[in-house]
Ligand binder design. Sequence first.
Ligand code: FES
Length: 119
Amino acid sequence: MSDSKPTHQVHVLTNDTCDILVVLHGANLRQALLDHGLSPYAVLTQRANCGGRGLCATCGVWFEAGEPAPSHWHHQLAARFAYPRLSCQINVNADMIIRLLADKRIWGKHYPTHRWKKE
Ligand code: FES
């Protein structure tokens, strides 16, 4: 019997590049990005953030596929009004494709075409 934990692939799109992370089931998405040298933050919020407590809303990412259903109060609003999802409030429980926000100054823009869709 193997005691290895299942893993998932997280495809991280940044402009024209795609990094593929192999992440343990249940890992925190924000921490997985940081562990792999990627950042969900803008330059201004790289150091000035809440450290993953779900308070500052600066760690947002867009989902291209595999988006989990919104459960955190911010994600319910994000889904409704098309704002990025907080990576610190997402556990990786399936393969997913996310996009880092290249044009973010602090929080990221509202994009009406990025509303959450049930898969
Ligand atoms: S790091 Fe502050 S909300 Fe995610």
